[in-house]
Design a protein around this ligand. Structure first.
Ligand code: PEP
Length: 255
């Protein structure tokens, strides 16, 4: 991690939770000393299901935990049944939104171009998009990792000017590591993060220094420290372990 970039520890709750379990999880987090002191070491974020934004906004008000969402529409408003616009997220103090998570790319056939439009919409509402990129196991074994992640990142870069580019967050999430218990080694992750940063640097040195590149894929208390110690790993996007207060707090503690 770099001194220039503030470490971001982001939980992705995915389609989990209930009014009762959200309240209990957030109460446990907010009461923890790790959160009380987190301001000096990192930024903490939870990306919750859209329907729970009002509840979580109210529970997290004036706290050290920021609020985020897991997806947005690529459109501003209108006849898009079931979709949630970036301006709606902004109404609930959402500061971040995940776009292009591999589960959305796989199950909802989201293209690189659609993900890019979502990132653009988020920025238009002053919400930071967390742009997920990552290769499948098949692509890694075929030696295509860099090509895949660079293509995914470039699609987003193509629609942003340099100022907007500096405001995104990138999450490298190897698909084969998500929810599987398999983690990229710190060296494997660092190699891809360095490639992603070099692609940002080709466009803008300022953006390359500024953009945080998170690692995601079975980040847990026992591997967080060594991953976060790598120079181009600026935080984590955490799925399963963000649902257990003790695990999420231990990862925050590892920063
Ligand atoms: C994720 O889906 O963003 C993720 C990293 O999940 P997990 O930590 O459970 O692998």
């Amino acid at each position: 991690m770099s001194l220039q970039r503030r470490t971001l520890i982001a939980g992705n709750w995915k389609m989990n939770g209930s009014l009762a379990s959200n309240a209990s999880l957030l109460e446990n987090l907010l009461a923890a000393p790790e959160i009380a002191v987190s301001g000096s070491t990192c930024e903490v974020l939870v990306c919750v299901p859209a329907v729970y934004l009002p509840q979580c906004e109210s529970l997290l008000k004036s706290s050290a935990i920021a609020l985020g969402a897991q997806d947005i529409s690529a459109h501003q408003s209108g006849a898009y049944t079931g979709e949630v616009a970036s301006a709606m997220l902004a109404d609930f103090s959402c500061q971040y939104v995940i776009v292009g998570h591999s589960e959305r790319r796989a199950y909802h056939h989201e293209s690189n171009e659609l993900v890019a439009q979502k990132a653009l919409q988020a920025l238009r509402s002053s919400i930071f998009p967390i742009v997920c990129v990552g290769e499948t196991l098949e692509q890694r074994e075929a030696g295509r990792t860099n090509e895949v992640v660079v293509t995914q990142l470039r699609a987003v870069m193509d629609v942003l000017d340099d100022g907007a580019l500096a405001r995104i967050v990138v999450a490298y999430e190897p698909v084969w590591a998500i929810g599987t218990g398999k983690t990229a080694t710190p060296e494997m992750a660092q190699e891809v993060h360095a490639v992603l940063r070099s692609v940002l640097a080709e466009r803008s040195g300022f953006a390359a220094n500024k953009v945080r590149i998170l690692y995601g894929g079975s980040m847990k208390p026992d591997n967080a420290k060594e991953l976060l110690a790598m120079p181009d790993i600026d935080g984590g996007l955490i799925g399963g372990a963000s649902l257990k207060a003790a695990d999420f707090l231990a990862i925050i503690g590892a920063v």
